[in-house]
Write a protein that binds this ligand. Structure first.
Ligand SMILES: Cc1ncc(COP(=O)(O)O)c(C=O)c1O
Length: 376
C-alpha cells in the first residue's frame, strides 16, 4: 500500500468557480473572489482586515515592510521555523536573534524572548507550529512592556485558537499559508491579517505596488497614484476562486482533518505507553486544528531509521525544520548560543502522512508499520 505525504483536496466545484472567475472579466488580483475570501475571514473569525497574498512568505515580507524594520533592528524569532520567517526580515537588513523553543512544545519560549531583548529589538515573531498556539498572553505582555511589535506566523493555524481567540488575530500582524500542504489551499497562497489600526491603510498600499489602486477599485478616487513603497503581493482572482471553494467547505474540511488527527492520536497511544514514541503535547491554552500530525522519537538515529523503514514500505513520512541558527546560510552569523530544544525537536520529529482523504485503513496501516519497526 502506498501512502503519499500529502494530497491536495480539490473538489470538482473548484473548477466551476475558476471558470466563473475566468469569464467574469477579472482574473487579475483584487476581484470578486478575493473580496469574498476577505469577507469570509472577517465574518467567520472576526479579523479586522485581511489581504490575500501569493504566499505566506509574501505576507511575512509585507509584515517586514509594515513594521518598518531598518538595518540593525533586531527581530527575535524561533530557530525552529521556516526560512521565510527569517528571510522576510533579513531582506530589510534586520539582525536575527534566534530563540529556543520550550522543552515540551516546539513553540518559542517566552523566557528566552525576555532574555534576548536589547534596546535594538523591534519585533517578536511567534510561530504557531502545527497550529498549536504559542503563549500569546506572555508574548503580548512582554511586547507591550518593551514597546515591541508582534508578528504571529499562523501559516499552519487556520481555525486554531489561543483559548477562544483565533490565531493570527492576537499580534499586530498575522500571516497565513494556503500552500498545497495546508488545511485549505489554492496551490500557492497566503494572507496577511492586519490587527493594528495604524497599519491598515498602508497595508493596502504595500499590497498594490505602493499605490492606492484598491481605493480606486472601490471608486473612492478617480485615478490611482504611486504613494508609498510596495510590491505586487496580491494573487490572481482565479486563485482566490479556488480558495473560496475551500472556504465554503471549511467546516467539513476541518471536521475531517481533526478527526484524522485524533485517530492518529488514539491509535498511537499504546505505542507511547510502551515508551517508543511521543505524541504531540498540547498546551493548555491551545486547540487542535488538524494541520499536521507529528511524533517525536527518543533520538535522531531512531527517527532516521523509522523514517527509512516507513519510506521503504511506501509510507511517505518526512522530517521537519532544520534549525535556522545552524543552517548552512546562517551558522557563521549566529551568536553561538546553543538552542538545545530546537536541536532536539529537529533531530527527533517525524511528520506522518496527512491529507483530507486519508482513510482509516491507511492510518491503521501506518500505525501497524510503526509498531512493526519497534518490534523488529
Ligand atoms: C511556519 C511557516 N511560515 C511560513 C511558511 C511559508 O509558507 P508559503 O509556502 O505559503 O510561503 C511555511 C511553509 O510551510 C511555514 O511552515
Amino acid at each position: 500500500m502506498k501512502v503519499p505525504f500529502n494530497k491536495p483536496y480539490l473538489p470538482l466545484s473548484s473548477l466551476r468557480y475558476m471558470v466563473r472567475s475566468a469569464f467574469s472579466g477579472t482574473i487579475a488580483g483584487n476581484g470578486k473572489f478575493t473580496e469574498r475570501c476577505h469577507t469570509f475571514f472577517e465574518d467567520e473569525f472576526g479579523f479586522r482586515k485581511v489581504l490575500l497574498t501569493t504566499s505566506c512568505t509574501d505576507a511575512l515580507e509585507m509584515a517586514a515592510l509594515l513594521t518598518e524594520i531598518r538595518p540593525g533592528d533586531e527581530v527575535i524569532l524561533p530557530s525552529f521555523a521556516f526560512m521565510s520567517n527569517a528571510n522576510a526580515f533579513l531582506l530589510r537588513g534586520a539582525r536575527l536573534v534566534f530563540a529556543d523553543t520550550m522543552e515540551r512544545f516546539p513553540l518559542i519560549d517566552p523566557d528566552q524572548i525576555e532574555q534576548l531583548i536589547t534596546p535594538a529589538t523591534r519585533v517578536i515573531m511567534a510561530v504557531h507550529y502545527s497550529g498549536l498556539a504559542c503563549d500569546m498572553e506572555r508574548i503580548t505582555e512582554i511586547a507591550g512592556r518593551h514597546n515591541l511589535l508582534v508578528v504571529e506566523d499562523a501559516a499552519h493555524a487556520v481555525e486554531a485558537y489561543y483559548n477562544d481567540e483565533p490565531l493570527g488575530s492576537l499580534g499586530h500582524l498575522g500571516t497565513f499559508s494556503f500552500h498545497e500542504t495546508k488545511n485549505i489551499t489554492c496551490g500557492e497562497g497566503g494572507m496577511l491579517a492586519v490587527n493594528h489600526t495604524p497599519f491598515m491603510g498602508r497595508a493596502e498600499h504595500i499590497w498594490e505596488k505602493g499605490t492606492n489602486r484598491a481605493a480606486f477599485q472601490r471608486g473612492e478616487v478617480e485615478a490611482y497614484r504611486w504613494i508609498d513603497t510596495g510590491s505586487s503581493f496580491l494573487p490572481s482572482d482565479a486563485l482566490a476562486a479556488l480558495l473560496y471553494t475551500q472556504l465554503r467547505r471549511l467546516r467539513r474540511i476541518q471536521r475531517r482533518r481533526k478527526w484524522i488527527w485524533w485517530e492518529y492520536h488514539e491509535r498511537l497511544a499504546p505505542l507511547e505507553e510502551k515508551g517508543w514514541l511521543q505524541r504531540p503535547v498540547i498546551p493548555e491554552h491551545a486547540t487542535v486544528n488538524g494541520s499536521m500530525f507529528y511524533i517525536t522519537l527518543k533520538d535522531q538515529a531512531t527517527r532516521d531509521n523509522l523514517l527509512h523503514f516507513l519510506n521503504d514500505r511506501g509510507i511517505r513520512a518526512v522530517t521537519h525544520y532544520f534549525p535556522l541558527h545552524s543552517s548552512p546560510y546562517f551558522a557563521g552569523k549566529h551568536d553561538g548560543r546553543e538552542l538545545p530544544n530546537t536541536d532536539r525537536f529537529s533531530a527527533t520529529l517525524l511528520r506522518l502522512p496527512f491529507y483530507y482523504r486519508l482513510k482509516t485503513k491507511k492510518i491503521a496501516f501506518i500505525v501497524q508499520k510503526i509498531r512493526e519497526f519497534f518490534e523488529s
